[in-house]
Design a protein. Structure first.
Lengths: 115, 114
C-alpha cells in the first residue's frame, strides 16, 4: 500500500525555466493538497484540489504557479519562469475526504533549487 | 486569522530526559484538529500524533503524548525518555473544519545530547 509519492525528489532549474512537480496520492484518496516550505520555516498552504477541480487556491501566487489534478494521473504543480525565491521544499498531501480529521498523509517532498 | 506559535526555536536536551515542546494556537473555530510532525535532516515530514478538539483524553502514541489544554489553546508535545534519533525539527499544525488548510508553526529544533 504505497503512500503519497512525489517526484522528482530533487530538482534543479535555472532562472526562467519551468519546474513540474508530480504527486500521486495514496490509493483511494481523491483530495490533494500542496504546501511550500521555505528554509527555516513551517509549511504554507498553496492549493487544495479534488479530481479535475481546484477547490481552494488562496495560497498560490497569482502568477507563474498553477496546479491540476486530472481525472487520470498524478497531480501536477507547475512553476513557470522560476526565480531564486521559488527555491523551497514542496510537499504534497492527500486525504480520502475534505474534512480530514486525522487522515492526511504527506509525501516525502520535492526540493526545488533555482540557480 | 488563525495562528500557531512555537516559542522555542531550539532546544538542547540530555538523552533519556523527557522533553516538552510548546505550541499555542489561536482559532475561533469550535472544531479543529492538532497535529505534531517531525522533520529529520533528510527532510520528510513524519506524522507523530493527532488530537481532535472534542477528544476528552489527551492523545498518546508510544513515547509521544500531547498535553492538550483547550481553554488555554495549548497543545504541547511531550517526548518521554528522549533518544538520539529524536534530534530533528518538530512542527505543530492545526486544521480547522471551516477551511481545508493545515496552519503550521515555525518549528522547534530539538537536539538530543549523548
Amino acid at each position: 500500500n504505497a503512500g503519497v509519492m512525489q517526484n522528482p525528489r530533487h530538482l534543479v532549474r535555472r532562472r526562467g525555466q519551468e519546474a513540474r512537480l508530480r504527486c500521486s496520492p495514496m490509493k483511494g484518496h481523491s483530495h490533494v493538497y500542496w504546501y511550500r516550505q521555505l528554509p527555516e520555516e513551517g509549511l504554507k498552504f498553496m492549493v487544495y484540489l479534488q479530481k479535475e477541480n481546484i477547490i481552494d487556491e488562496s495560497g498560490m501566487p497569482k502568477e507563474r504557479f498553477s496546479a491540476e489534478f486530472p481525472k487520470e494521473g498524478p497531480s501536477i504543480l507547475r512553476i513557470q519562469q522560476v526565480v531564486r525565491g521559488d527555491s523551497a521544499a514542496y510537499f504534497c498531501a492527500s486525504s480520502s475526504r475534505g474534512n480530514i480529521g486525522n487522515t492526511i498523509y504527506f509525501g516525502e517532498g520535492s526540493w526545488l533549487t533555482v540557480v | 486569522a488563525q495562528k500557531i506559535t512555537q516559542t522555542q526555536p531550539g532546544m538542547f536536551v540530555q538523552e533519556k530526559e523527557a522533553v516538552t515542546l510548546d505550541c499555542t494556537y489561536d482559532t475561533s473555530d469550535p472544531s479543529y484538529g492538532l497535529f505534531w510532525y517531525k522533520q529529520p535532516s533528510s527532510g520528510e515530514m513524519i506524522f507523530l500524533i493527532y488530537q481532535g478538539s472534542y477528544d476528552q483524553q489527551n492523545a498518546t502514541e508510544g513515547r509521544y503524548s500531547l498535553n492538550f489544554q483547550k481553554a488555554r489553546k495549548s497543545a504541547n508535545l511531550v517526548i518521554s525518555a528522549s533518544q538520539l534519533g529524536d534530534s530533528a525539527m518538530y512542527f505543530c499544525a492545526v486544521y480547522m473544519d471551516s477551511n481545508y488548510q493545515l496552519i503550521w508553526g515555525a518549528g522547534t529544533k530539538l537536539i538530543i545530547k549523548p
